[in-house]
Design a protein around this ligand. Structure first.
Ligand SMILES: [Ca+2]
Ligand SMILES: [Ca+2]
Ligand SMILES: [Ca+2]
Length: 200
């Protein structure tokens, strides 16, 4: 009986740990402005600050015929509406040593304008510039980042230029590499085995 209660307690603890460890950061922008649609020069993000320039919140459908990833929900035009392209910076993320997978979706500006570029970084650890043509469809970019010590950083999307027509961004996530979660899963199976062994 005691083993059963202990195993149940440990299972619950491990489960909640694995859930929180599974996603460090995730945003599809669909929770912005729950009672509204698109908004130019939007600066009220739940998980981001606009630290330079402006960005537009885009809701599908909209007056500009822009389509967010998957054809539904909301996304961001990284070049807002005041001729000063935006820099979107996430809330601070505290990361333990390990390997993380950064994933995000970007699309061309969908408005037959010149190609745009955005510099993407996990501040201090990864910096990469993406050049995206107007008609480039939605694509998912995936990058692994390895940290050797605990660090606090931000995800930053810095759009270049400023003609109000920019790259669209959606579905940003940062998760530990699958091996970390798999190890936690093994621990859980081990506990189930222990419960059987002790007749729990
Ligand atoms: Ca979205
Ligand atoms: Ca814009
Ligand atoms: Ca542009």
């Amino acid at each position: 009986m005691m083993y059963k209660r202990l195993a149940t307690l440990l299972s619950a603890t491990l489960f909640s740990f694995s859930v929180s460890a599974g996603v460090i950061f995730q945003d599809n922008f669909d929770s912005e402005l729950p009672n509204g649609g698109s908004q130019t020069n939007y600066d009220d993000f739940l998980k981001w600050d606009v630290t330079l320039g402006t960005v537009d919140l885009i809701a599908t459908p909209n007056d500009w015929n822009l389509t967010c990833a998957g054809g539904v929900g909301k996304c961001v035009d990284l070049d807002g509406s005041n001729k000063n392209a935006g820099t979107l910076q996430s809330i601070a993320l505290t990361l333990d040593p390990g390997t993380y997978t950064l994933s995000f979706d970007i699309s061309g500006n969908q408005r037959n304008s010149a190609a745009d570029s955005v510099e993407v970084s996990l501040d201090g650890f990864l910096t990469e510039t993406f050049l995206v043509s107007a008609n480039d469809p939605w694509q998912t970019i995936v990058r692994d980042i390895t940290l050797t010590s605990q660090t606090t950083s931000n995800l930053i999307f810095e759009h270049n230029g400023g003609d109000n027509i920019g790259i669209l961004l959606d579905n940003v996530s940062l998760v530990p590499e699958p091996g970390t979660v798999a190890l936690l899963g093994l621990g859980l199976f081990g506990l189930i085995g222990a419960r059987k062994k002790f007749g729990g």
